[in-house]
Design a protein around this ligand. Structure first.
Ligand code: GRF
Length: 216
């Protein structure tokens, strides 16, 4: 038995698929971390009985202040510093929650934040992500629509370890999805493939972590 934690920001269909697959394989979904109050994934976690922690990246907003150029530049520098400091604080909160929950594997599932190198280093080899394209093609947001509008006949899904880059870590698995007539149908086919591919890879990793712990 190994412990799965998930970081998600939105709908949470991958979160739900992961929780069900992990449980069916005898593992435990120990924690959901969410950064968006009101995200539907929080309702899913309550329904599935997975403990959740809502982490805030927010603070006071300095934008929109009037002033001269030097003052605005100073505001920008302070704002950038604030963003970095807030990210660091939020990530420390996340790591503390993951450690308290005993997370063995951490899966990003539509978590809309870039993670710092410090966080990535702390969880390297145990931090995975799903991306709705055949990486390295179409990293970043809106990948399905961009691939579809580019006329790709084969789209797909990639599960990879997370490194310091944007959707760049070592690939664990890929699955191709054929283009459908409509974008919406293509999106649906991709999401269905995501759920099965991500569940399979996560369970394989949880099984491996479990065997490592037993043999130690
Ligand atoms: C998925 O398409 C995933 O690949 C991407 O964000 C989306 C999350 O969907 N990283 P959901 O919240 O799991 O339904």
């Amino acid at each position: 038995m190994a412990n799965l934690a998930v970081l998600a920001s939105g709908n949470g269909s991958n979160f739900e698929a992961l929780v069900k697959a992990a449980r069916a394989a005898g593992h435990v979904a120990v924690l959901l971390i969410c950064d968006r109050p009101g995200a539907f994934v929080l309702e899913r976690s309550a329904r599935l009985g997975v403990p959740s922690v809502l982490v805030s990246y927010a603070s006071g907003n300095r934008s929109g202040r009037n002033g001269d150029r030097a003052r605005l530049d100073g505001d920008r520098v302070r704002r950038d510093g604030d963003i970095a400091a807030r990210r660091l604080a939020a990530e420390m909160e996340i790591t503390t929650a993951l450690e308290s929950a005993g997370a063995d594997l951490v899966a990003l599932a539509g978590f809309m934040r870039l993670l710092s190198p410090i966080f990535v280093t702390r969880w390297r080899g145990r931090l995975i992500n799903i991306h709705p394209s055949l990486l390295p093609a179409y990293p970043g947001t809106d990948a399905i629509r961009r691939a579809w509008e580019a006329g790709e006949s084969t789209l797909g899904v990639t599960v990879h370890y997370v490194d310091e880059g944007m959707d760049t870590g070592p690939v664990l698995a890929r699955a191709e999805v054929g283009r459908q007539d409509r974008l919406e149908a293509t999106e649906q086919a991709i999401h269905e493939t995501e759920h099965s591919l991500y569940s399979r890879v996560a369970v394989e990793l949880l099984d491996a972590l479990d065997s490592e712990a037993v043999s130690r």
